[in-house]
Design a protein around this ligand. Structure first.
Ligand SMILES: N[C@@H](CCC[C@H](N)C(=O)O)C(=O)O
Length: 309
């Protein structure tokens, strides 16, 4: 690009960059689902050296457009054609059903780009509707509450990390989790664990892979957690994993409902668990916007996308 570069019809892809407790995302406003969001493009965008860098992609499109373009086979139950849909991709290009931090940032981006008003916003995901409420909003920062639906307990399993076996509770948050509450673990010892190493786990139990959380036991309503995400490696936070961990920590303490503050490397998020439901409340930050001109994308799929912000 030259300084006097004039935008043209092939002038790259409009994006926003945001994060929720440092779980970071490239957000692609693509209302009519015109982008060919293939694995090559997702990996290039998420690349922390050659691309923008992120744990995942949040494509903004209507649910109806994604069905019409064949990205979704059908509307998930409870999602309407006109709803904004969070089309989530992990950094490795794989599709994930849900992303809790992603929904907060997605809702914030909808408001920031004037696609939605503050208040409660109907957001579709592959796991169904995840309504999000903007609790407070000031420009690039927001606090967002997300109705995360019912966590489903699937049983017990284990994962191995750094030569050590961690027993955990399998929790379906729309996406799969193994939340391991480690007796006697404190935050300092947790910080030294090799959570960046790829865990090994029971592939019969988790045929589609799993997100693995390691956490301290519940103490005064708080736990500290680290996560190794499917399709992204260790991240600084994971909203669905935070709720799964709250479920496991409360169960470990003999309880089924309650409030838990979960501290992660990227900050703190609050979980409220009821009989049959869960909510997540935490921050969202929008930190950049621009247009992506990655050569890999143009070579691979010949971009012509010019959707306005
Ligand atoms: N970071 C997300 C979860 C993203 C998807 C996950 N890696 C998966 O493959 O299930 C969150 O905040 O929930």
């Amino acid at each position: 690009m030259t300084p006097d570069h004039t935008p043209t019809a092939t002038d790259g892809i409009a994006f926003l960059k945001g994060h929720g407790t440092l779980n970071d995302f490239v957000i692609l406003p693509d209302d009519h689902a015109e982008l060919d969001l293939d694995e090559t493009l997702v990996r290039a965008l998420c690349d922390r050296r050659g691309g923008i860098g992120a744990d995942g992609i949040l494509r903004i499109a209507t649910a109806g457009a994604l069905v019409d373009r064949g990205v979704l086979p059908a509307l998930p139950n409870g999602v309407d054609r006109a709803d904004w849909f969070m089309d989530y991709r992990n950094a490795d290009g794989s599709i994930a059903e849900m992303c809790g931090n992603g929904v907060r940032v997605f809702a914030h981006a909808l408001v920031a780009t004037h696609r939605a008003d503050t208040g409660t916003i109907a957001i579709g995901t592959r796991s169904g509707p995840r309504p999000a409420t903007i609790v407070s909003h000031s420009g690039d920062d927001a606090v967002v509450r997300v109705d995360m639906g019912e966590p489903r307990l699937l049983g017990l399993s284990s994962a191995e990390l750094g030569g050590r076996t961690f027993a955990g509770v399998a929790v379906d948050m729309g996406n799969p989790h193994l939340a391991c509450i480690v007796p006697g673990l404190d935050a300092a010892t947790l910080a030294a664990l090799p959570v960046g190493d790829a865990p090994t786990f029971d592939r019969d139990f988790f045929p589609h892979g799993v997100n693995v959380e390691i956490a301290t036991p519940l103490s005064e309503g708080r736990v500290t957690m680290r996560v190794h995400e499917r399709g992204a490696g260790e991240t600084m936070s994971c909203g669905t994993g935070i709720v799964a961990t709250a479920v496991a920590a409360l169960a470990d303490a003999g309880r089924g409902t309650g409030d838990v503050v979960v501290a992660v490397p990227g900050g703190e998020v609050k979980v409220h668990l009821t009989d049959g439901g869960s909510t997540l409340i935490g921050p969202s930050a929008l930190v950049a916007s621009g247009r992506y001109h990655g050569g890999a994308y143009h070579t691979a799929v010949h971009a012509t996308h010019t959707a306005p912000m």
